[in-house]
Design a protein around this ligand. Structure first.
Ligand code: 5GP
Ligand code: MG
Length: 177
């Protein structure tokens, strides 16, 4: 058991299991994107470790860049808009693989995807370290998912609890009180 701030977490997915699964995802991407020189777009901060590990396992030609998401309130017709900060690449005609740490309700990703599609990429897929199928409320689907987990809060492997825990090599799950 470990403590982060005021909460107790228990080991959930080991770094060995993570490494194995990341390798499997990379193999799928290697097979599907050979000759396509995909642009991996990592969403900061949470995905930085997953994106780095996944990228290192790619044996095909691929590029990587990182963005931050900022959300603001759009008009009533657009709802909440999530815009990418630091996106300088020309996405036109490119094969994009968005890399996220976790899709929880799907709100962030569903608000952000239009920003990517507006830039006319050739294709867009999503690679995500974790999804919580029970928590999903928006119509987004990951194309590559490392692990599907129950609807509980997790830390480690890049994911934080109030700023801490990102450097834990394994994934931990909140202990029932
Ligand atoms: P969504 O918009 O899909 O509801 O939420 C996505 C964001 O919520 C993630 O990028 C992440 O920052 C945060 N999040 C959701 N569930 C968890 C979790 O279990 N642990 C951590 N550390 N962050 C989470
Ligand atoms: Mg995030």
């Amino acid at each position: 058991m470990i403590r982060v701030h005021d909460k107790v977490f228990i080991p959930f997915i080991s770094k060995t299991e993570i490494q194995k699964r990341v390798h499997e995802l990379a193999e799928m991407i290697n097979a599907e994107y050979a000759g396509k020189k995909p642009l991996i777009l990592g969403v900061l901060n949470g995905s930085f470790i997953f994106a780095a590990d996944l990228f290192r396992e790619l044996t095909i030609d691929a590029e990587i860049s990182f963005i931050k998401l900022a959300s603001y309130k759009g008009t009533s017709s657009t709802g909440n808009v999530v815009t990418a900060i630091g996106l300088e690449e020309d996405l036109h005609g490119r094969h994009i693989i968005i890399v996220e740490d976790i899709i929880d309700t799907g709100k962030t990703m569903s608000a952000f995807l239009p920003e990517i599609h507006h830039r006319h990429p050739e294709s867009v897929k999503i690679a995500v370290f974790l999804t919580k199928p029970e928590a999903l409320q928006y119509d987004v689907k990951a194309d590559f998912t490392a692990f599907r987990i129950e609807d509980k809060f997790v830390v480690g492997y890049g994911l934080d609890y109030d700023g801490l825990g990102r450097n834990l090599p394994d994934l931990y799950i909140l202990k029932d009180q």
